[in-house]
Write a protein that binds this ligand. Structure first.
Ligand code: ATP
Ligand code: MG
Length: 403
């Protein structure tokens, strides 16, 4: 039930130290909990730090503020205050018990009992509490589960899922993120059986989990299990091509949730619907929509360079990887070109057109467009003097309006 953390150096982070100092000197008990303790046991880099305390949220807030620490009530109804110290955010959650749950949110009350707090957490491996010396309290054999790479709900899986259906997505997320083998056990059975409850969750919470699932170094085993279990039926029924996702994972340059989403759902008619449902940003929505499976791959090297220039390196790489992942090897040349070819800049500018005697106005842009098109079609070979010749001719003709 108690153990020692293998490493405590990560605890020295400014934000955590400041919060511990402030709350402890006011009489509170504080512990590290959640991902940071779990990841430390797994030898993984510790990301965000979550703290918990026996002080109630209002006291946490005022104590932090009195110590000169900014305290943002990010989830005050659920007992969470985010302390920001020199730009380093640390979540501080008051020990709590869930009094009432309806599958998507809880009514909570606060407690000073760590065991009670542990009972409202999702998985055994997420309910480990460490003090500043690295001594860990483990109420539910989470350390043994970590050693066995086992993801287990605390208590009865079905009842725990019914309290908050997001836990289903968290189940697959942690399997993926922590690279555990996909189990075939009562935890997964419960997720599968309760999946209809996912429909009642808010899009924001779901979107965040799906993004994390797709952001794992290798999301394929978890996504495949989700598809097999019908977990994506409600929020991402367009997910169909797990083989393409696997292939992308082999050739991609790093985890890219949007590109992975595009590959997984290629051929879905409404990228905009997916973007809305998963709360993508405007830029992400545009990336998703630009990846059209019906596009044909450029054939010649010149065509490839033209496309890479027109789209810009990021969008061109997206398109190349998107095609290759779906088994169309002819896109390889686009990916390779983007890697080794820097698109040149047009050697003439608006200024040059004005200098050639064209008055300020729409003709300047038209002439530039014409010159650029010629330059691209000529595989970027014409140099500045050749292009200036063209500019002067167009100026003489009286603008870019005539061809
Ligand atoms: P990471 O930060 O790496 O995503 P984490 O485990 O810290 O993983 P958070 O979402 O930061 O996950 O939550 C912190 C802790 O709060 C979890 O470890 C878990 O104990 C608890 N928790 C979070 N969400 C839920 C939930 N929906 N149901 C039950 N407990 C939860
Ligand atoms: Mg966390």
């Amino acid at each position: 039930m108690t153990a020692q953390l293998p490493d405590t150096r990560w605890m020295a982070r400014t934000g955590a130290v400041a919060v511990f100092d402030a709350l402890e000197s006011a009489g509170g008990t504080v512990r590290f909990v959640g991902g940071c303790v779990r990841d430390c046991f797994l030898g993984r880099p510790v990301g965000d730090i979550d703290l918990c305390t026996d002080m109630v949220p209002d006291t946490v807030r005022s104590t932090l503020e009195n110590a000169g620490i900014r305290a943002v009530p990010t989830g005050i109804d659920y007992g969470t205050v985010t302390a920001v110290v020199h730009g380093d955010p640390v979540e501080v959650t008051s020990l709590r018990r869930d009094v009432e749950t309806d599958g998507r949110r809880a009514v909570v009350s606060f407690t000073t009992d760590f065991r009670e707090d542990s009972l409202r957490r999702d998985f055994t491996i997420n309910a480990l509490y460490a003090d500043r010396s690295g001594a860990v309290t483990d109420f539910h054999d989470g350390i043994a589960d970590l050693a066995a790479q086992r993801l287990r709900f605390i208590g009865d899986a079905t009842s725990r899922i019914r309290e908050d259906y997001l836990r289903i997505l968290r189940f697959y997320r942690f399997l993926g993120q922590l690279e555990f083998d996909i189990p075939d056990d009562e935890n997964r059975d419960a997720c599968r059986a309760e999946r209809k409850g996912l429909a009642q969750l808010s899009a924001e919470r779901v979107a965040m989990e799906i993004r994390k699932i797709l952001g794992a170094p290798n999301p394929c085993p978890a996504v495949a299990a989700m598809m097999e279990d019908g977990i994506l039926d409600y929020w991402l029924p367009e997910a169909r091509d797990i083989d393409a996702l696997r292939c992308l994972n082999e050739i991609e340059f790093g985890p890219d949730p949007v590109l992975r989403l595009a590959v997984l759902t290629a051929g879905a008619t409404q990228a905009a619907d997916i973007a809305d449902r998963l709360k993508l940003s405007g830029v992400e929505r545009d990336r998703l929509s630009a990846l059209d499976p019906n596009m044909t791959a450029p054939v010649s090297a010149a065509q490839v360079r033209r496309l890479a220039y027109r789209l810009g390196p990021e969008a061109a790489r997206d398109l190349g990887l998107f095609g290759r992942a779906r088994g169309q090897d002819e896109w390889t040349i686009l990916v390779e070109t983007v890697e080794c070819w820097t698109p040149p800049s047009l050697p003439v500018q608006g200024r040059d057109v004005l200098d050639a005697g064209v008055p300020t106005g729409p003709d300047v842009g038209r002439i530039l467009d014409r010159v650029e098109t010629y330059w691209i079609e000529s595989d970027f070979e014409p140099d500045r003097s050749a292009l200036m010749e063209l500019v002067r001719e167009a100026a003489k003709e009286g603008g870019g309006s005539q061809k």
